[in-house]
Design a protein around this ligand. Structure first.
Ligand code: NAP
Length: 319
């Protein structure tokens, strides 16, 4: 009777397992190498020169008098674009326009409108008539004054309408007004400022978070439609930036100044259709959407916002 040799019997299985392991290790190594090379291309080399007046003489920025929008306006004017600035307050618009003209010797125009209103687009259309627009930055946006449970939001009915008008309608309508002329010239860039809070639901900032998810979906869908027509449409999803909206006064590495954020973001245009725009924010985006389970992200978001609400109401003595 032949004896049963265990070692010999298992040898083919061992060899197969070796090759499976080798294949997995090689795939992981190739994936890691790809990530390092694309990361180096985006975050170290960048695509800084893409945005120039070769795209079209004018750049349009909504919400251009403060924070991130003002920084986009400054950076685009520095690159030689003539600037169309749109915000609510004519006085602030005049100040920004004057400072851009004197610092960068560029032409400026302004339109004062309240994006909370839905009937402003004929006025904007008139103001944009005849301009060769190379870049549109759909930046205007509003958030909550403090995190709040949906049904406890003060003046909820108006809050909903205003937030949808400012954060969603503005992006769709401005795109409707600007994209046809970009399509006709087969060039142009539209940057839609969404938010990291559009990457996952943020409890107690639920309406804001949802409007920003819309902006992200709108941008990515539109980019798929118009990429082959030479138009770049980018969804920009920042985490915290030190602006009036966030009330962050001391910038840090993860909460940069708007100038620093915008300088980093502009190097990603043409390289990423969807971007967190700034390397530390890209790491935070990876952790919150790939590494951490969504239940944990929701739970921590709720806890953080409940604490912020408590602090805010205590300070306002509204409890
Ligand atoms: N800061 C952050 O951490 C952060 C993070 C993620 C995403 N974002 C997004 O980035 C964008 C800019 O945020 P920000 O922090 O720079 O905001 P900000 O400092 O509050 O500036 C907002 C700008 O929009 C204008 N604006 C506000 N409401 C308006 C309205 N109803 N009609 C017309 N203009 C209006 C403001 O000017 P007037 O008040 O003079 O009109 C100002 O120029 C927003 O879409 C925001 O959601 C910001």
């Amino acid at each position: 009777m032949e004896s049963f040799n265990v070692v010999e019997t298992l040898q083919p299985a061992e060899r197969a397992l070796f090759w499976v392991g080798a294949l997995i290790t090689a795939s992981l190594a190739l994936w890691l190498l790809y990530k390092i090379i694309t990361g180096f291309r985006i975050w170290v080399l960048g695509n800084g020169d893409l945005l120039s007046p070769k795209l079209g003489k004018w750049a349009v920025v909504t919400g251009a008098t403060d924070g991130i929008g003002k920084s986009y306006a400054e950076e685009l004017a520095r690159r030689g674009f003539s600037m169309m600035l749109i915000s609510r307050s004519q006085e602030k618009l005049d100040d920004v326009a004057k400072s851009l003209e004197s610092a960068y010797n560029v032409e400026t125009k302004t339109i004062a409108v309240d994006y909370g209103q839905a009937d402003i687009y004929p006025k904007i259309e008139k103001g944009l008539a005849g301009l060769e627009i190379g870049v549109l930055v759909n930046n205007v946006g509003i958030s909550y004054s403090y995190p709040e449970f949906f049904l406890h939001i003060p003046d909820l009915e108006n809050f909903i309408t205003t937030m949808i008008n400012v954060n969603i309608t503005s992006v769709c309508q401005m795109t409707r007004l600007v994209l046809p002329r970009m399509e006709a010239r087969a060039k142009g860039v539209i940057l839609n400022i969404s938010s990291a809070s559009g990457m996952f639901p943020v409890p107690m900032l639920t309406i804001y978070s949802s409007t920003k998810a819309f902006v992200d979906f709108f941008s990515r869908g539109l980019q798929a439609e118009y990429k082959c027509k030479g138009i770049i449409i980018q969804s920009v999803l920042p985490f915290f930036v030190a602006t009036k909206m966030t009330k962050i006064r001391k910038p840090t590495l993860d909460k940069p100044t708007p100038e620093r954020y915008v300088a980093a973001e502009l190097t990603t245009v043409g390289l990423q259709d969807q971007t967190n725009g700034y390397f530390p924010h890209a790491v935070m985006g990876w952790v919150t959407t790939v590494v951490a389970p969504i239940k944990l992200v929701l739970c921590l978001g709720l806890r953080m916002n409940k604490a912020q609400r408590g602090g805010y109401l205590r300070r306002r003595k509204l409890r």
